[in-house]
Design a protein. Sequence first.
Length: 331
Amino acid sequence: MPTTSELSVLEICAGAGGQSSGLEHAGFSHSLAVEIDKDAAATLRLNRPEWDVHEGDVRDINGKDHRGIDLLAGGVPCPPFSVAGKQLGADDERDLFPEALRLVREAKPTAVMLENVKGLASARFANYRESIIEALDKAGYEADWQLIYSSEYGVPQLRPRFILVALKRRQFRKFEWPRPMGTPPTVGKVLRPLMASRGWTGAEQWAKQANNIAPTLVGGSKKHGGADLGPTRAKQSWLALGVDGKGIADEAPAADAPLDYIPRLTNEMAARIQGFYPEWQFAGRKTSTYRQIGNAFPPPVAAAIGGAIAEALGAVSQRTTDTGNVLRAVS
């Protein structure tokens, strides 16, 4: 029986490493991480200099070079299916599901894990989802879609993600979606130490007000969206938690900030809300860093699903231990 440290993953659209670090905690070792954004690729190298990071288009990758990989994973671009966009689906040039399926056919991984936004779960894309299932079936896989709420796995925001898991038929019978972990920590519990890090005496009272989970972080794109916490409705929800969502701060509140001060999040705080491990660092300027964080797949969710896949592959999984570590790290 293999251990999870012997399991390998080829990850496409890796971003700033949310899914990457979660899969690492589930025991997968990266054969290759593919990311087209230079700052996000730099973030991957900054944290894991030993990884092979391809900074470029997923279309550059020949799956045959990775034949026999245990897992093909990725967070394919969400704009083709996002309610914030035109929802063009397969007609959107940013749709990379066909490239993911090409790599499946070429690399023949034992398992596949692809994540996207909740919009892909809508009735509008039923035929598209079915076409992906059919393509995987022809390639020898059984697959299932699941709408996952990140808050069910210890992340202090709702953040729904639509996940596809596929395994070769024999292994698929052993796969079970991970069970929810229970009540998530509140924004106040997660961020109180950071809010108090420069001596702000109002941090304790602020944390008591921030007694709920956060709205879903929105990273935006290079063309649209800056370093703020989303549209008007999201900003109102943040304000109810005692957070000014109109921008990102450079530092935590100062020691002499008023007790009733309404702080903005720093990028470090946003990363904690997203479930990143405290030691994870980011490359790039402030807006780029926030975009990387806001567009990421929460590591605790990736760790939970990755652990379930590892168990289905017959590995000695560390899923329970690692997920517990994740929850302690973000809370």
